[in-house]
Design a protein around this ligand. Structure first.
Ligand code: 2BA
Length: 102
């Protein structure tokens, strides 16, 4: 079994949750905050069998979109904002040593 941590833009999180639920994938949604923009995002915890992982990642990739965002670089007057690309999804996949439900 593996555990996917998927950090998703809040604007895409509803579509991701609905798509995974429609495929019978169990998820937990956590409200999270990006350390750079300090903006809200959504972290999905998904524990699934190894042979399902690629399928789940494909669903998340399909539902998440990259976005350009303007960020202020300084509070000094006259400083120009810079454009950064945020998302679609940032995912980490780890092994699960033991899985239990009580
Ligand atoms: P934030 O940390 O708020 O980052 C938002 C976006 O700002 C990032 O988009 C990236 O384009 C930019 N950014 C972040 N740190 C930067 C830096 N030190 N210098 C320049 N630009 C920077 P994404 O890469 O798509 O990340 C979206 C969100 O995913 C992040 O929100 C964070 O919550 C999470 N994330 C991304 N990479 C991560 C990592 N290696 N570990 C943990 N969380 C990560």
């Amino acid at each position: 079994m593996k555990l996917i941590f998927a950090i998703v833009n809040n604007d895409d999180s509803h579509c991701v949750a609905a798509a995974l639920a429609s495929q019978g994938v169990m998820t937990t949604k956590l409200a999270s905050t990006g350390g750079f923009l300090m903006a809200g995002n959504t972290t999905f915890l998904i524990c699934a069998e190894d042979d399902k992982i690629d399928e789940i990642i494909a669903v998340i990739k399909e539902k998440c979109h990259r976005r350009k965002q303007s960020v202020s670089t300084s509070s000094m007057p006259g400083s120009l904002p810079v454009e950064i690309t945020v998302g679609g999804a940032t995912m980490f996949v780890t092994d699960v040593e033991r899985f239990e439900k009580a």
